[in-house]
Every structure is written in structure tokens, then in C-alpha cells.
Write a protein that binds this ligand. Sequence first.
Ligand SMILES: *Cc1c(COP(=O)(O)O)cnc(C)c1O
Ligand code: SF4
Length: 333
Amino acid sequence: MPRKKLKDANNVSLNITSQIKDTILTDIEIDPVALQYLPSPSEKIIRLNENPDPIGDNIYSPVAGIVNRHTDRVLLKITDTCSVYCRFCFRKEMVGKGAGILSKKEIDTAFNYIATHTEISEIIFSGGDPLTLSNKRLQNLISRLETIDHLKIIRFHTRVPMVNPNRIDTGFINIINQCSKAFYLVLHVNHEQEINAPISGMLDKLSRTPAVLLSQSVLLKNINDNITALENLFRALINNRVKPYYLHHPDLAPGTGHFRVSIKKGQQLMSVLRERVSGLCLPTYVLDIPGGFGKIPIDARYIESLDNNAYLLKDHKGQRHTYDDTQASDSSE
Ligand SMILES: *Cc1c(COP(=O)(O)O)cnc(C)c1O
Ligand code: SF4
């Protein structure tokens, strides 16, 4: 198939990386990588259920940059910059709007918030993308976090390594190697095509550090909403020592309806996968409840409660089995 030059509707070249260009293998109108970045006229269609703050970040933001929805962990939106702009982005209304990195004062306030809330054991760097920051800046932030005793885990959610594998340079590898806290790296990847040789090389480097490697993907119409695409993606990830963590049902960000599949379809895909692939391959299929109520698993239900402490369990073929739970003895709390 002919390759078209990547231009948007106004004939402007898209800001995409050479890594992305290398992973676009078919016509850009149908290519599962190109479709993630290509503007579509459908983006102008704002559906009634869509919302600029689709997962309710704002109501749980006590200080600039921090989202504290759960007692033990906070999200820190350190920057609004990404190295690419995904058309289905759930933080579309915030990302790339020019605010840049939090100011020194805002960072001080955010870190002070974490330091004074001793119940917080985990910080999740999100954005924007934390890996658009320089190693020097990251090292500085991490060194400050290392002085907070009750903080045990530093987690990065990032798309940068997948679109610019060279960003995982010696400097960044050293940061992970020297970090005294548990370090988790959650990579955003949606299609097997994104995992080519340079990406495998980069993942190999990362897998030799103490960082735990996880992935998150978004279930996207015409991109990965079929068994083969999901199976190949998750297999490629575990082969590269990355454990699929979450498969997100797309959030209700404005103008993203053309990416949205039904929950029913998502559940069907997950139950077929459950039978086909290793448990290692399986992410949890989650939905962020609109309004800020958090993420919940929305996998098809396999279990139904009956009377008399019995359960009805459904296997992959749809056959039902009863399970007697009367012999269990729960300890009282
Ligand atoms: C997604 C999210 C987290 C992380 O949730 P996990 O289930 O721990 O991955 C934390 N805080 C906020 C506000 C989130 O949206
Ligand atoms: S990398 Fe993440 S935050 Fe950035 S545009 Fe894509 S989905 Fe949005």
C-alpha cells in the first residue's frame, strides 16, 4: 500500500517522531499506529455524555498538580507536555495547552503536601509525560522524594519510551539504578506494531534495572478492538518482560466518540482472551467512573452470589458450576 506523507487537515505536518513513522506500516487511513495520532473530522463531534474533566481530577486536587483520590497514593501532574499528542487523550483539555512544567513554588507546595500526609506511600508521575523532563530535573525531583520516609514507591506513567526509545539513555538508567525507592514504570502502548526492534532493545535495557515494568493500553475502535490485536500486543509485551497492567475503556473526553467501543464488546474480548492467553498476558480491564469516583474493573462477571453461601461460577464455555462456600470461616475484624 502507498505511504502518504503525514499531514493534518490543514496540510500541516504532524508532530510525530521518527519512531512513530517507522512503526506506521500501512495506509495512514487504516494504520493502527497512524490512527492514534491522525486528526479526524469526527473530533468535532462532541457527544452529550462527554466532559472536559472526564475522570473528575479537578475535585480531588488539593494543590496544583496533585490529584489525591485514594488515601495511599497521589498523582502528580508535573507537566502538561507530551512528546506526542494522542487524539483520544483523556486529559485532552489539559495536555499541551502551554502551561509547561509546574513552577518551583507549585512543586514545593506539592512535595510539602506529600511530606505532611504520612498516609501517602506512592507518588504517580503523570501528565503530560514526566519523561519530557530532563534527567537533571528528574534526578532533582527524585532526590527530594527520597528524603520522605513514608513514601515507598515512585511510579511513572509514560508514553515517551515507546515513541522515542533513545530517551531511555544512560542518564535515565542511572537514575533508576540509584533510586532508593521502589520504582515502577508504566508504559503506554496500544498496538503490537509499536513494539519494533528499537523498542525491544530499549525494553531490554530497562528490564536490567530494578524498575518493575508494566503497561497500560486503551481499548480503541479500529485500532485494537479485536482479539488478534490485543492478543499480539499482550504477548509482545510479556515477551519483552513487560506485564500488562491496565486495559482502559476510553474515557469520555470531548470529541473522542469515534474511538469508543461498547463495554459489552470490551467484556467479550476480555473473556475470549482469558481462555486463550497466559494469566501473565492479561491486564485488568478498567473504567474510570466519570465524576471522580475512581477506576473499577469491568471484566465480564464470572461469579454470581446465590442463597445459602453458594456461588454460581461461569467457565469460558459459558457453563455454570455451583460452588459451596459454607465451610469458610472468616476472621472477625
Ligand atoms: C488512576 C489513578 C491512580 C492510580 O490507580 P491504580 O489503580 O493504583 O493504578 C491514582 N490516582 C488517580 C487520581 C488516578 O486517576
Ligand atoms: S501520552 Fe498520554 S497524556 Fe500524552 S497525549 Fe497521549 S494519552 Fe494524553
